[in-house]
Design a protein around this ligand. Sequence first.
Ligand code: THU
Length: 139
Amino acid sequence: MHDLTQPDLALLAFAREIQEKAYAPYSGFRVGAAVYANGEIFQCVNVENAAYGSTLCAERGAVMAAVAAGCRDIDAVAVVGDSESPTTPCGACRQVLAEFNPAMRVIMGGRTDEVIVMSLEALLPDAFVRGYLDQDDQK
Ligand code: THU
């Protein structure tokens, strides 16, 4: 767990601001996310689908937006969900976030003022990252 900083709160505010745009007619659970990459902010929400498995989480949407804009150096992600305690990124989102920075800061909020800040490394220890694919002993 890390101490909360002003930049953490600023990024969390971007996640909170976008949360109301969530498309969550099936779960009713709205999520907003914001990533800070190469000095810019990218926001997204969860977008559900009648074929439930085609739903995309807010965090992954925000990462896609950053990468499509050429901003791959992700320093931090903030996520806000409709839960009582701070919403933590799902396993698939942790994996996608780890692709761009396994040590990024993860700021998590919910319906209350409680905020948790952790390193992605703590949320996904020993992540499978691209380095594993480059090892000579595989060939
Ligand atoms: N959801 C996210 O957007 N991010 C998470 O990390 C957890 C889950 C969304 C997916 C789905 O639309 C809803 O929350 C309920 O699972």
